[in-house]
Design a protein around this ligand. Sequence first.
Ligand SMILES: [Zn+2]
Length: 200
Amino acid sequence: MMHPDARLTVVNEKIGVGLIANKRIPKGTITWCRDDLDLVLTRKQVKTLPKLARQTFQKYCTRMNDGDYLLNWDNGRYQNHSCNPTSCLLPGFDCEISLRDIEEGEQITSDYATYNLSKDSAWACICNEPACRGSILVEDQAERLNELFQLVAKAQQYLKLVEQPLDFLTPHFPGNRTMPRYPRTFLTRLRDDLGRRFSK
Ligand SMILES: [Zn+2]
């Protein structure tokens, strides 16, 4: 479920639709959290979908660490990629956290390189950020994860200090579980996750 202050809108003609903040979302806010209404399908189930349904599902779904595919039931599926994202996955949790204050009217974005991309994934990027890489490749993952998860670790320090409208989404919301305290812990866990994923 997306943060209630995320609004679906047309960003511009080139990018199309995306999510912008209706009002300021402070750093450390959970911007998306998995909930029980999200649709989760195994790889096998996705393969058996009729072609048109499968194409649409694959366009908007994300792949989870266990290999299953999750489709957000709400506007979360329209979150765009940015090479300078305002939000990022929280390692070890099915949620995303704002990396800095997201001002009213600003897009809520994530770096798709931090998602579980398949080995042959490759997209041209049109995020228009000064630091735009021009493409989104699975090879970007290791480098981006290092950098972004250090920002995550800093943002996470605000987790209990800011308003968290999604904190009712237990057990996925992180506030009720022990959080790792240092970037190194994130990175170790992440390397383990990545190792498992690519050894499949
Ligand atoms: Zn870009």
